[in-house]
Design a protein around this ligand. Structure first.
Ligand SMILES: [Zn+2]
Length: 117
């Protein structure tokens, strides 16, 4: 009996940090907010919005928590927490891309998201 290895088995599942269009590996340096082009096929793609939302919620909790425990209250608390959140969210997004690679999605909203004002 012969053991049949099938390394070329069909696997259409898109992996994290992979272009949904052509399957090319997306490097962290290729990613931009809110969207960017695949370095291989030029498809307009973006990091999954759920991922960015999770990062922001976590950053907000961490930032507001630290500001509170530092003993800041009132207007100072709000100002420091917001600046802390912006800094934490930026750092967490970059670190998050490396530590927990997000799914990459086709950007369906076009080049610019209209605010519909
Ligand atoms: Zn691609």
């Amino acid at each position: 009996m012969e053991l049949k290895l099938t390394p070329g088995e069909e696997d259409d599942k898109v992996q994290p940090m992979q272009c949904p269009g052509c399957g090319a590996k997306i490097e962290v340096r290729h990613t931009h907010y809110p969207h960017f082009s695949c370095p291989n096929c030029r498809e307009t793609i973006c990091v999954a919005p759920e991922y960015l939302l999770k990062i922001r919620i976590l950053s907000a909790i961490v930032s507001f928590g630290i500001t509170y425990f530092l003993g800041m209250r009132g207007l100072l608390f709000v100002v420091v927490a917001i600046f802390g959140f912006l800094a934490t969210a930026s750092i967490a997004t970059v670190i998050g891309l490396v530590v927990t690679p997000p799914m990459i999605e086709k950007c369906t909203q076009g080049p610019y998201i209209s605010l519909k004002l």
